[in-house]
Design a protein around this ligand. Structure first.
Ligand SMILES: Nc1ncnc2c1ncn2[C@@H]1O[C@H](COP(=O)(O)OP(=O)(O)OP(=O)(O)O)[C@@H](O)[C@H]1O
Ligand SMILES: [Mg+2]
Length: 306
């Protein structure tokens, strides 16, 4: 119960080394809280949104402990993720399930995809028999619109990108973790199925109390399932609050621009079409303005005030 993840003043810089001299500040002093909810409140279903390159995946990788922050810290249930030892890390790996943007990377090409589903069942002793394990896998696949006979027994390269993504979602559903970190989990899935899969994530949140971080550049799907949203802009968190508040009453010009550019009812293209010049102007005028300061933190609303 309580706070699951907490990011405190997290900064991540890439490059600056011998091989990669170009320095990129991928994230700049990010603060973030993900709550498990209580008997009275529900677990967070929070979106991290922002254009390509704004730092979304970097934040997900930091939360997962795959990379370490240059400044600040990431706590999971009060423990610094970067300093976890083996037993804690094992527990963490079970409780926090990622769904990656590009799922091909996480598959071992020499194993059939069954491996991805059965390994956690065995490792975490989730079933008493083979028949029960098979039933669990079948149910999870069904939830993401896959038939076991058309997916199991195949190698990763024999599936489409969308199918691979859906298997990762099925895996997350199967494990019933405390947190799901989903980085563009349905970007390769057809629009019709996308809505269904997102609804199953939402149901997991509502019915099983699983906290979810949904990373996407697609504000329309954020509308569909999320309660809270953090908007990243060039590594800076420009807004954080309830979806209603942030989208209905955006404080920051960048969010306004995004909301205004949602091409309803077809939300397919959005951020890619933003006028580069407008973004440049925003960056120059607003971020260099000293009165644009981060000065308020609460789990309900957290925004750069200006
Ligand atoms: N390993 C790395 N080395 C150097 N630069 C990196 C590395 N990873 C990310 N970056 C840079 O950090 C910035 C943020 O990248 P990130 O992948 O977090 O963006 P994103 O918001 O997930 O974008 P997208 O929507 O395209 O997935 C980008 O400028 C990217 O080029
Ligand atoms: Mg990304």
């Amino acid at each position: 119960m309580g706070i699951l993840f907490e990011a405190k003043n997290v900064t991540k810089i890439f490059g600056g080394g011998i091989f990669n001299k170009r320095v990129t500040k991928a994230l700049d002093k990010i603060n973030f809280v993900l709550d498990s909810g209580s008997n009275k409140t529900k677990a967070d279903l929070t979106a991290i949104a922002g254009e390509s390159g704004s730092g979304k995946t970097t934040l997900a990788r930091l939360l997962l402990g795959v990379i370490k922050p240059d400044e600040g810290e990431i706590l999971y249930q009060g423990q610094d993720v970067a300093k976890m030892k083996k037993p804690e890390l094992r527990e963490f790996r079970r409780e926090v399930q990622p769904i990656f943007q590009d799922p091909f990377e996480v598959y071992n090409p020499f194993y059939k995809v069954d491996h991805v589903l059965y390994t956690p069942i065995n490792e975490f002793k989730m079933s008493k028999s083979k028949t029960q394990a098979k039933k669990l896998v079948g149910e999870a696949l069904e939830m993401v619109g896959l038939r076991p006979d058309e997916t199991l027994g195949r190698f990763p390269h024999q599936l489409s990108g969308g199918q691979r993504q859906r298997i990762m979602v099925a895996r997350a559903l199967l494990l019933e973790p405390k947190v799901i970190l989903a980085d563009e989990p349905v970007s390769m899935v057809d629009a019709s199925l996308r809505a269904t899969i997102l609804e199953s994530l939402k149901a997991l949140n509502r019915e099983k109390g699983i906290a979810i971080v949904y990373i996407s550049h697609d504000l329309a799907t954020v509308f569909q399932i999320c309660d809270k949203i953090m908007v990243l802009f060039r590594g800076i968190m420009v807004e954080w609050g309830s979806v209603e508040k942030v989208i209905g009453n955006s404080k920051h010009p960048y969010t306004k621009l995004l909301v205004g550019s949602i091409p309803r009812p077809n939300p397919e293209t959005l951020w890619d079409e933003l006028d580069e010049k407008i973004i440049q102007d925003l960056e120059n005028e607003i971020y260099l303005d000293p009165k644009f300061k981060l000065d308020k933190l609460s789990s309900d609303h957290y925004a750069r005030q200006f």
